[in-house]
Design a binder for this molecule. Sequence first.
Ligand code: G6P
Length: 612
Amino acid sequence: MCGIVGAVAQRNVTPILVEGLRRLEYRGYDSAGVAVVDAGKKLHLTRAVGKVSQLAEALAAQPPQPGSGRIGIAHTRWATHGVPAERNSHPHVSRDVAVVHNGIIENHEELRAELTAAGFKFNSETDTEVAAHLIQHLIDQGQDLRTAVQNAIRRFHGAYALAVISATEPNHLLLARKGSPLCIGLGIGETFAASDATALLPVTNRFVYLDEGDLAEIRTDGYEIFDADGKTAQREVRISSQSADAADRGPYRHYMLKEIFEQPLALANTLEGRISEGHVLESFLGPKAGELLAKVERVQIAACGTSAHAGMVARYWIEEIARVPCAVDLASEFRYRDPVIEAGTLFITISQSGETADTLEALRHAKTKKIAASIVICNAPESSLVRESDIALMTHAGPERSVASTKAFTTQLMALALVTLLLARRRGLTAEKEKHYVKSLLSASAKVEQVLKQDDVLKKLAERLIHKQHALFLGRGTMFPVALEGALKLKEISYIHAEAYAAGELKHGPLALVDEHMPVIAVAPRDELLEKVKSNLQEVRARGGELIVFADQDAGFQNGPGVTVIGMPHADELIDPMIYTIPLQLLAYHVAVLKGTDVDQPRNLAKSVTVE
Ligand code: G6P
């Protein structure tokens, strides 16, 4: 949710911290702050409501003194406890101690009462401020910074990642991880920390990921990690293959548009090295895959947001093509409903970031049962879900910076199609059929490219939606989750209220909403359900609703009064969900641009949700 950056160096770390925050802005962005230790061994605190650029302006107006700022922590906040305001922004300070925090300290009220009684004055409504005061309180009782942090975290219930500095011990920075991600970045004579390695790519590509319950100390000459029992622990050093520039916007006005246009390449990357001569290679799932997949009798999928929509599409495929029973749950519901998880279950999580708290907890819950195996479909190679799953199937979409997910979704679909074919082969899919499907997967990039050429048409169409208050999306079969995804895109970035329904449900309620003010957007490829969709659409027209139909160019839909048909390339049914998602992404994008919203960072949302 929030983003943390920290650094210890022999130079002023402020620019590194601010650049790190910029790169983490996707995690949350209602306020930001930096604390460094200045030359007089005092904390220099700068905080600002709004975006990181506002913090950078505040820092430029009042920079730390020359020769100072060799240790510091920084934070970009997405409000949980307390409104977005400077007093609630991090870092939180208690005399010499400054703390940044991601997550929630659930017993903060009890600690607040205790610290207030001990004479500490609270300036914010946040749960984080208790951490600063408690650590300072323990230092006042004679503990050094590390012991104080160690003892403080023993008192916290909840999930957190913490970075702590003290002006009286300016040579080291303390980190603690429980439930929220944190990594250490290794430089030469300098050491860094961040919620996500992306923040540190301009300064290093060597990372150490903290495990659950770890406490770490970083210094200019290295680092030390202690496990939950306080014993020194070794964690693997990983070299990141991501490059610092891959995340740049290039000629595009927004990351979202760039990422939409990257989809042909991203889809090809998902397939690369995974198919050969009309055959899906099982080996790319790792050495254990064959043995694990052999035990699979059913599939359970858990994911959130856009990733859950990918799971809903996959359910149709897994049941229809692989003939394996498949259930899909929103991860946030799954973990709390005491689900029956039978032996032989293949547990699939889907997550762009690999850090979504609900998805991670769903996996952890499933792992307590006798599942056959866990697979994560993920875009973040060094993430928690990747580390905790038996098998990780990386989508290779490249960094996705826009909060509204685009290429992550279509590449998740591609990865899920590969898993479907592997399962289907074990259930008797013929080599000939497999070859047919593989050929259609290989054609997806080119078809998506064709749809992207319709960008101008969609831009024009967007003008018709900007004054609408509501929109209805309809689809059947795999196009139902595609419609859900189209509605989600429109609402998250244009703030137009949008709902999606399975087309057959129209007359069971939503039809009551249809009048000349309600645009109805239908995704209707030429599949076996086409005729049914056509009659649903008649029902809309009969009530004066304006129809926008995305249909196969050969489907026989005609433009007419109140009906706009956008012809889509003819493709195999398997890849239709990837293709029909594209115009819905572009439509939402252009509506948002015309409405002047913050396309890449829509209000109230965050790219990576690491709290419940
Ligand atoms: C947030 C993002 C969505 C994303 C969802 C799940 O809400 O804004 O775009 O679909 O989290 O994230 P994940 O990283 O698990 O796919």
